[in-house]
Design a protein around this ligand. Structure first.
Ligand code: AMP
Length: 217
């Protein structure tokens, strides 16, 4: 069976997580968020979680070897047989090379890389107004996408909280790290003919429509 591995690329705050959830619902592919996997490990106080926390709270990247091993383990589960939507991974060239190798081992390849863009000024505003649900990581924004009831998730009723790394100093550091370490992946995937540019400065539904039509073509 043909697989479909999609890498969502774009700066922090551009809406990758929100879009990945919508795409997963509409395509039936699994959504894999490296940030969610780290947060899950932090919540459960695993060794991996404790290690990741020290990097995440500073807005730094967790080391490649640890991150790659975590994603390899996740991708080897049976629910990824038809493919997956990867959100937040890869974030470095070494991770991108490792992804190509691991997918080749599973008989697949990265199919398409939608690159969602937005002006830098919008990113800081989006991240610092963001509220995340404790149970499942559903994401809201106090201005652009408010929950129906303040501080309560519309989908599962759990509490909404502000991620430590969504506070303003860390947000600026995350954007800087993105520009230094992750932005080179734009050229990396463009050279390989996989990159599709998507304007992220539109409504959530408009971005979702652009993404779905880009993935169909
Ligand atoms: P995110 O939820 O994607 O914004 O990720 C939150 C944080 O988790 C990042 O700022 C990093 O500290 C860590 N993280 C997530 N994905 C990766 C990755 N692919 N490589 C290294 N660190 C990551």
């Amino acid at each position: 069976m043909a697989t479909s591995f999609i890498v969502l690329l774009g700066p922090p705050g551009v809406g990758k997580g929100t879009q990945a959830k919508i795409l997963a619902e509409r395509t039936g592919l699994v959504h894999i968020s490296s940030g969610d996997l780290f947060r899950e490990n932090m919540k459960n106080q695993t060794e991996l979680g404790k290690l990741a926390q020290s990097y995440m709270n500073k807005g730094e990247l967790v080391p490649d070897d640890v991150t790659i091993a975590m994603i390899r383990d996740r991708l080897s589960r049976p629910d990824c047989g038809a493919g997956a939507i990867l959100d937040g991974f890869p974030r470095t060239t070494a991770q991108a090379d490792a992804l190509t190798k691991m997918l080749a081992d599973f008989g697949g390849d990265v199919d398409k890389v939608p690159y969602v863009t937005a002006p830098e000024s919008a990113l800081v505003a989006r991240l610092s107004g963001r509220w995340t649900c404790r149970a499942k990581g559903h994401v809201f924004h106090e201005k652009n996408n408010p929950p129906m009831q303040a501080a309560v998730c519309d989908f599962d009723g759990s509490e909404l909280y502000q991620r430590d790394d969504d506070k303003s100093d860390t947000v600026i550091r995350r954007i800087q790290i993105y520009l230094e370490q992750t932005a080179p992946l734009i050229a990396y995937y463009r050279q390989r003919g996989k990159l599709i540019e998507i304007n992220g400065a539109q409504s959530i539904e408009e971005v979702a429509k652009s993404l779905l039509s880009a993935l169909k073509n």
